[in-house]
Design a binder for this molecule. Sequence first.
Ligand code: NAP
Length: 327
Amino acid sequence: MHYRTLGRTGWNVSEISFGAWAIGGSWGDVSDAESMAALHKAIDSGVNFIDTADVYGMGRSERLVAQLRRERSEPIVVATKAGRRLSPHTAEGYNAKNLCAFVEDSLRNLSADCLDLVQLHCPPTDVYYRPEVFGALDRLAEVGKIRYYGVSVKRVEEALKAIEYPNVQSVQIIFNCFRHRPAELFFEQARKRQVGILARVPLASGLLTGKLRPNSQFAADDHRNFNRHGESFDVGETFSGVDYGTALDAVEELRRLVPEGASMAQFALRWILGSDAVSCAIPGGKRPAQVAENCAASNLPPLSEETMRSVRAIYDARIRPDVHPRW
Ligand SMILES: NC(=O)c1ccc[n+]([C@@H]2O[C@H](COP(=O)([O-])OP(=O)(O)OC[C@H]3O[C@@H](n4cnc5c(N)ncnc54)[C@H](OP(=O)(O)O)[C@@H]3O)[C@@H](O)[C@H]2O)c1
């Protein structure tokens, strides 16, 4: 495993880290025993950074991460998120009182005295135009409830606005073979301000592993079933917002570019690691074998420039028209 600096935090994080959404819920049936095995495999593979959220299984994911920390002696940095438990999910809800309550709940779930990194969880765009929200986070840091804070954003424009706040340490954004726009302007700006970047949904919800088929079935409580058209939350979080059939056609073209000795999931992760502005990719892992495969991508050679150009051409031809103007 190779490590990269995360902005100005002083942390060196595993370039392949662990996304803990699926072990909380919304991805069909997951057993806590298998989730714990997947988490342990991550640490065995050199992972030292985990991304979770209060809302993933309403604390279930955070509690499993807390259990992992009790069972392991290695230092593990945990990034969690706050805001998505608001109902309705409004900009007004991101106030000092609510943020404080969310942080207290995460502290309890994670059995921690101080949260390493709290990210605003894809808040409404208006939140980025409310300095008082960032002021409230500053105060939580001053009193020692949180070490650092960052944001998880839906759109590049939100990312650009968020990094105007000087204490935003990290931006989490979708960046993968089906999402190229963050690399255009945002990465350069983030680098200038030394803001860390977490590349989420790196496998486009499993599409970029090459295993999905036109007739693949998903459980009723798997967002790849219930949110395929954005019925519950932003459609961009499910299959990166790409139409399923269009994506499968693009996957077939990408498959031809996978170098010998690499799986398609590893190829997709290597594509992300080709951007040095990225601090880490956070693939979701449900099973130990998936985690081991994903982590092994760190030790594979970089993709050739020719391959990178070919990925770009596939994106431009098949994905760009629907995706580029939106995210
Ligand atoms: N709004 C936000 O802030 C937000 C939104 C989305 C995600 N995230 C974060 O980003 C992380 C990653 O995104 P994601 O989990 O949505 O999507 P992802 O990483 O693109 O896909 C993860 C899913 O792909 C499958 N998979 C993973 N590795 C595999 C492998 N090697 N071979 C075959 N299948 C594999 C697993 O599901 P199956 O085995 O069931 O196919 C897994 O749950 C999340 O866990 C979460 O921490 C944050």
